[in-house]
Design a protein around this ligand. Structure first.
Ligand SMILES: Cc1ncc(COP(=O)(O)O)c(C=O)c1O
Length: 450
């Protein structure tokens, strides 16, 4: 053991004092899982803000890692945690508790027929693993199609269909994983349409997948708005066409709403716009509002099919009461505070402000997205649309210096795209402040380059 000194007094302290050289201390003891860590320590977070240990307030336009969809530390979430801590936090995986059954019931009530039965898990990757495992068990196939630029998580099964990055150097992925081109109208993947997708990319992609198939179809997995791919919304009619193509081939449709559910895009779930019911819906990130909670939801028939084949998915934290209690609070907040409606209104306000910025800056190539999930693509100029990921990165660093946390996604072959997703509880004043900081950051970076 290294330097092991037991100090009872230190054990009693709830406050942690780190030296000024905390960055060195962190690097000495932590696996660096994301390149560089942010250059500050966070003391606390509340609503739309995070507060650093050196006294800075930072406006959060990423809702943490896209999870704190109703603001950081929402009082109802805290109350739910307190309630669970007095009742039960964790149980044997076969034991159920009232909040777990109630959350599955409320989810089924909110969702259309065909999304009837749920399993409660922790992360987004895990919810997709379950959907993929069940789809394989139910169909007997193993071929799965995923979209270019997608992100479904980093456990082996989910990672096989994650094409936004994190692929090289980790060995082979799962056999049967194939790619479909994402319908990214701003940069059409088949150089066909000019800004308005007519679904030709889907037809081309499916033909290629058919010719690669060894006759063991299982599923198609996708996000209704591809987030890590740079906020690529499926064009209207696309999902219905894809669902029909899945049915023709005996493939099940898995919709991953990690980022788009719980009102984020102006409706409770993004798929509502399309009137298409997927075979599996996976919810994560936003469902727990910052706590690790996810769910995989499917039809009675698929569940029965898998059960009859002995479906087994025991994990340490399946059906844990604490996150389920939080999930129930999240559903209550969504309804009581009418946050889907708020996302529509605030999203329209924010989009209008971003489109105003686009008039000023040639480096803003495109503004897109739905509700309060918006994308701003950074290019060298609008005419050539040449990707400018470095400029995007500098702008995001300058934003942080000014007090705004902005997430830039960098997909190979594309510009940097800001993924703007403030909590749905954000005020107009906070949106104005955020846009003014973004404006200032773009101006500063362009002046620095001149
Ligand atoms: C659409 C989508 N699905 C799944 C995941 C994976 O979720 P987790 O990191 O909780 O495993 C993410 C994470 O960014 C995501 O954006």
């Amino acid at each position: 053991m290294k330097n092991h000194t037991h100090n009872a007094e230190v054990d009693q302290q709830s406050h942690i004092d780190l030296e000024d050289n905390w960055q060195e201390e962190a690097e000495a003891v932590m696996i660096r899982y994301c390149g560089e860590f942010s250059p500050f320590l966070v003391e606390r977070a509340k609503g739309s803000y995070i507060y650093t240990t050196d006294g800075k307030a930072i406006l959060d336009f990423t809702s943490g890692q896209m999870c704190s969809v109703f603001g950081h530390n929402h009082p109802e979430v805290i109350k739910a945690m307190e309630k669970a801590s007095k009742e039960s936090i964790h149980l044997l995986s076969t034991m159920l508790s009232p909040p777990v059954v109630q959350l599955c019931k409320e989810l089924a009530e909110m969702l259309p027929e065909g999304l009837d039965k749920a399993i409660l898990l922790n992360t987004g990757a895990e919810s997709n693993e379950v959907a993929l495992r069940m789809a394989k068990l139910a169909t007997g196939g193993f071929e799965v199609l995923g979209f270019s630029g997608s992100w479904h998580g980093l456990t082996a099964g989910a990672q096989a269909h994650t094409y936004a990055g994190a692929r090289r150097g980790y060995g082979p992925t799962i056999p049967g994983s194939r790619i479909l081109p994402a319908p990214y109208a701003y940069r059409c993947p088949i150089r066909h349409c000019g800004g308005t997708c007519d679904h030709s990319c889907l037809e081309v992609g499916m033909k290629l997948a058919d010719s690669q198939s060894v006759g063991a179809p299982a599923a198609v997995i996708l996000e209704p708005i591809l987030s890590a791919a740079g906020i690529v919304d499926l064009p209207e009619g696309y999902l219905a066409k894809l669902k029909a193509m899945c049915e023709e081939r005996g493939m099940l449709l898995i919709l991953d709403e990690a980022q788009t559910a719980m009102g984020r895009v102006g409706s409770d779930f993004a798929f509502e716009r399309d009137g298409v019911v997927p075979d599996f819906l996976t919810l994560s990130k936003t469902l727990g509002g910052g706590l690790p909670l996810s769910a995989t939801i499917t039809s009675k028939e698929i569940e029965e099919n898998c059960y009859s084949k002995g479906f087994l998915h025991i994990t340490s934290h399946v059906s844990d009461p604490l996150p389920a209690e939080v999930g129930l609070a999240m559903l209550r907040i969504l309804k009581q505070e009418q946050l889907a409606k708020k996302a529509r209104e605030q999203g329209a306000y924010l989009k209008a402000k971003l489109l105003e910025l686009k008039k000023t800056y040639e480096c803003i190539g495109d503004v897109r997205g739905r509700g309060l999930l918006l994308g701003v693509e950074i290019v060298t100029d609008r005419e050539s649309k040449t990707p400018a990921p470095e400029l995007g990165h500098s702008i995001s660093e300058r934003c942080l210096e000014l007090g705004l946390s902005m997430n830039i996604v960098r997909v190979p072959g594309m510009g940097g795209v800001f993924r703007i997703a403030p909590p749905l509880t954000v005020t107009k004043e906070e949106l104005d402040l955020g846009v003014s900081m973004l404006d200032q950051a773009i101006q500063d970076c362009l002046e620095g380059m001149a």
